[in-house]
Design a protein around this ligand. Structure first.
Ligand SMILES: [Zn+2]
Length: 114
């Protein structure tokens, strides 16, 4: 499962931080997740809870901030929201589009008790 692999790598980062800063409890985990990652928030949360069991992360709130897919036209530099993966500039109809937002997947913030 896609989400399981993502949570696995997230926990590697979290655990490294927990160890480094001797964190006793993680209260909140804030994630930025781009639309392109095709992550299902419900599934991600469920996997997160499984991984959090019996760790300092258990009971922490997972906040997922979704980032919409945005493209930038290479022809006219127009920046626009991409719907349904339709990479075409609404202004000049060019299909030469660069993705400028929507691929993100990272921990923005950890709220902890030390
Ligand atoms: Zn254009």
């Amino acid at each position: 499962m896609h989400e399981m692999a993502i949570v696995d790598s997230l926990f590697k980062i979290i655990n490294a931080k927990v160890k480094e800063h001797q964190i006793k409890k993680v209260v909140k985990v804030k994630l930025k997740v781009g639309e392109m990652t095709a992550v299902e928030p419900m599934t991600l949360t469920a996997c997160f809870e499984v991984y959090a069991q019996n760790t300092v992360v258990e009971g922490a709130e997972l906040v997922i901030e979704r980032i919409p897919l945005q493209g930038k036209c290479r022809e006219c530099a127009n920046v626009f929201r991409v719907y349904n993966y339709n990479f075409q500039c609404p202004q000049c109809e060019s299909r030469s589009i660069e993705t400028v937002a929507g691929r993100e997947l990272y921990i923005e913030n950890l709220e902890v008790e030390e």
